[in-house]
Design a protein around this ligand. Structure first.
Ligand code: GLU
Length: 465
């Protein structure tokens, strides 16, 4: 189902891939996939003071972790300078751009005067050529900037795929500088040339770019380029309704990886952040691709909801293959200095816990107790490992030394101990949990015994009885 749809994600590499950027990437990607189109990755690195190779790497890592695979690129704007300069020369020759020799101080003085008169500061068009107009004398040695000759009147508008019709009066738009005095092209211009050269049909991006769009459309038209469709996504608010920022904790996608979220949970969550398919809350990547469209993106701001993300993550952990979870847990334990090979098979451990945790770090916490005995807090010992409990554990330990190591026999050993000591189930099972895993709350005790294995169980009981 190949189509001509082409979308792009065009991050500026000035920091990590944050949640808002990831959602933009996801929507661009999903739209291309839905229509059998192409998804292009473009790195907008012309702000050399703020762009770093580490940020590029962080963006690529984040995209790969989310499995937002791109079909073309990454293209780097810094490697396309010759192309931008060539287009500027063509525009100068065609008269859609012109040299402006106004010195920065002159421009500042103009703005000052405009502000003093209560007007909006703007370029007054003094170097804009018009039929019959006499231009000022070129200052000796002055290096000109290049300005785009914006249409003088009328409106420029588009039917935004998310926000509906948006229009700007051309009279409100300055003749934009497209090349600085040193010849370097400016931001809006590079975006235009790239979207044109890359044949982008749908620009999906944050609505902080709405004000750039009329300028970009005018330049595209001046170039005789096809104007893409635009979908401007509303911003994401934090749990507290404020604009999402570092204050809200994890905003970097890789921080979510670190914090134990599964990529499919984050994808599912991000998809619902401003887009919906009926009442569906849980859906796979394939379903998203089958359903995704731009019509059901909400124009209002989306609010982050950590509880919902946690709920989704718990759902996906429950469903994940034990081998995969075991791998994730092994990595986490290794980073804590715990050798994942020293315990019972991790697959068996994570199977016991995958329905009881919200993230992989919790799963690692629970699993750690199977690999090395954790020492219960003194209060827990005082509360649960009483003389009565210890005598029961001693009797149980003797039984466990010889019993067949499978659930029915293990249960029988516990029952025999209860009968012998005149105790109820919790009076045996809870001290047993504390002695084995350092906590009174665990999955069912027969399953815990089975997974820990005879040797480990006897060893751990021997610390108390
Ligand atoms: N580089 C811009 C940004 O990171 C995106 C530009 C665009 O999508 O047109 O905000």
């Amino acid at each position: 189902m190949a189509s001509s749809i082409r979308t792009r994600f065009a991050p500026s590499p000035t920091g990590f891939l944050h949640i808002g950027g990831a959602r933009t990437a996801l929507f661009s990607w999903a739209f291309a996939r839905r229509h059998g189109g192409r998804f292009i990755l473009r790195i907008e690195d012309t702000d050399v003071a703020r762009s770093t190779p580490e940020a590029v790497q962080a963006i690529l890592d984040g995209m790969r972790w989310l499995e937002l695979e791109w079909d073309e690129g990454p293209f780097y704007q810094m490697q396309r300078m010759d192309r931008y300069k060539a287009v500027i020369r063509e525009m100068l020759a065609a008269g859609t751009a012109y040299h402006c020799y106004m010195a920065p101080e002159e421009l500042e003085a103009l703005r000052e005067a405009q502000r003093a008169r209560g007007e909006k500061p703007r370029y007054d068009g003094r170097w804009r050529p018009e039929p019959g107009k006499v231009l000022p004398d070129q200052p000796a040695g002055g290096q000109p900037v290049v300005r785009f000759r914006n249409p003088a009147d009328g409106v420029v508008g588009w039917d935004d795929e998310v926000k509906g019709r948006i229009e700007f009066a051309n009279a409100e738009l300055d003749d934009l500088i497209i090349a600085r005095a040193d010849g370097t092209p400016t931001y809006n211009f590079c975006v235009v040339v790239d979207d044109w050269d890359m044949g982008i049909t749908h620009v999906v991006r944050g609505d902080d770019h709405v004000n750039n769009t009329p300028r970009q459309i005018n330049i595209l038209r001046a170039l005789g380029a096809e104007v893409p469709r635009y979908a401007h996504l509303s911003m994401i608010l934090g749990d507290d309704g404020q604009k999402l920022s570092k204050r809200h904790g994890a905003v970097s996608v890789m921080q979510y990886a670190e914090d134990g979220y599964l990529p499919e949970a984050v994808i599912n969550y991000l998809a619902r952040l401003g887009w919906s398919h009926g009442d569906d809350e849980i859906f796979s990547r394939d379903q998203l691709v089958a359903w995704f469209d731009l019509d059901h993106i909400t124009p209002s701001a989306a609010q982050f909801n950590t509880e919902k993300l946690n709920w989704l993550n718990a759902h996906y952990i429950k469903q994940a293959e034990p081998a995969r979870l075991a791998g994730e847990v092994a990595n986490r334990l290794a980073r804590r200095g715990v050798d994942p090979e020293t315990g019972p098979p991790l697959e068996a451990v994570v199977t016991l816990y995958r329905e009881r945790v919200q993230n992989l770090n919790q799963l690692a916490d629970e699993s750690e107790g199977y690999l090395r005995p954790l020492h219960p807090a003194p209060e827990l010992i005082a509360q649960h490992l009483t003389e009565t409990a210890k005598s029961a554990l001693a009797s149980l330990k003797a039984r466990l030394a010889t019993v067949a190591w499978e659930k029915p026999a293990l249960n029988q050993a516990i029952k025999d101990t209860m009968a012998e000591q005149g105790l109820k189930m919790p009076q045996v099972a809870i001290p047993l949990r504390v002695a084995l895993l350092g906590t009174p709350q665990t999955p069912s005790i027969d399953a815990v015994l089975e997974v820990l294995g005879r040797e480990r169980v006897l060893e751990r009981l021997a610390r108390y009885v």
